[in-house]
Write a protein that binds this ligand. Structure first.
Ligand code: OAD
Length: 248
């Protein structure tokens, strides 16, 4: 009988329109903690659930800035790992058409993937939560905001003195490009979900929109709510899978 890994390899060979849906677990091997894994940010620390809440941020921006600084620098200095390179290779082979990610770390683009939908945004900009002024990467204002954050201080908008927030999606805000992501999922003949607990709405609903002939594969160290619907489920580290598949 074929192992789950053999079946996955067979599916990759047969597929011509792969879509990947990724989460924080694909970046743990780059030194960025996930949220709900055994060493996740939210494990044993209920306080951290507030970290990405827009409602809480409006009232207590200093809580975010005093706790996010370390993670911000970790993310900025991180490099893609074997999991990211596995997806880059699938794109180079002409098989992977798009990555839909919940991650804000930009590592898929750093790995060289060209079509990446970042549902939760990225850290390339700040936005003023009062006047919505955008602060672009590498501008003087962006650097000033980083300096403030490095001092665990709250950066403010130069136009209206409102509070600046990294231009990423917090709980209570709309995700980016959801319709585009949905359309892409419906085009897939194989949806590969990697390193996501598949519990955070609306990204968590995407696997339910695949075409009836399409296959779902889940690579995640822990169970997810979609495991029973998947053709293949691998409770393994994505690095180990990438090694075993030998397509890198
Ligand atoms: P989670 O932390 O919920 O899930 C990550 C999953 O990856 C866990 O189930 C881990 O077991 C698994 N995992 C960790 N490292 C792995 C590895 N090397 N190989 C395979 N699996 C691994 O992260 P997400 O599903 O991305 O949103 O969380 C979704 C959203 O919740 C995040 O984007 C963030 C968070 O709150 C916002 O901040 C708005």
């Amino acid at each position: 009988m074929n192992s789950e890994l053999d079946i996955l390899m067979e599916l990759i060979v047969k597929s011509s329109h792969i879509v990947a849906l990724t989460g924080a677990g694909i970046s743990t091997n780059s030194g960025i903690p996930d949220f709900r894994g055994p060493n996740g940010l939210y494990r044993g620390n209920n306080e951290f659930e507030k970290l990405f809440s827009i409602e809480y941020f409006r009232e207590h921006p200093n809580f975010f800035y005093s706790n996010f600084n370390e993670m911000f620098h970790k993310i900025k200095n991180a490099n893609p790992n074997k999991g990211h390179m596995f997806l880059k290779k699938l794109e180079d082979m002409g098989k992977l058409k798009v990555i839909i990610t919940q991650n804000i770390d930009g590592l898929h683009k750093k790995a060289g993937n060209t079509n990446v939908i970042e549902l939760h945004g990225n850290l390339e900009k700040f936005i003023c939560i009062s006047c919505y002024h955008l602060i672009e990467n590498d501008t003087e204002q962006y650097k000033k905001a980083i300096d403030k954050m490095s001092n665990k201080d709250v950066p403010h908008c130069e136009k209206c003195n409102g509070i600046l927030k990294p231009d990423v999606v917090f709980f209570g805000e709309y995700v980016h490009d959801l319709e585009k992501a949905l359309t892409e999922v419906q085009k897939a003949d194989l949806l590969l979900t990697i390193g996501t607990s598949l519990v955070v709405y609306p990204a968590s609903t995407l696997p339910s929109y695949i075409d009836e002939k399409a296959k779902l594969v889940i690579i995640n160290r822990e169970p997810t709510p979609y495991d029973e619907k998947a053709k293949v489920v691998l409770y393994e580290d994505i690095d180990v899978i990438a090694d075993k598949l030998k397509i890198l």
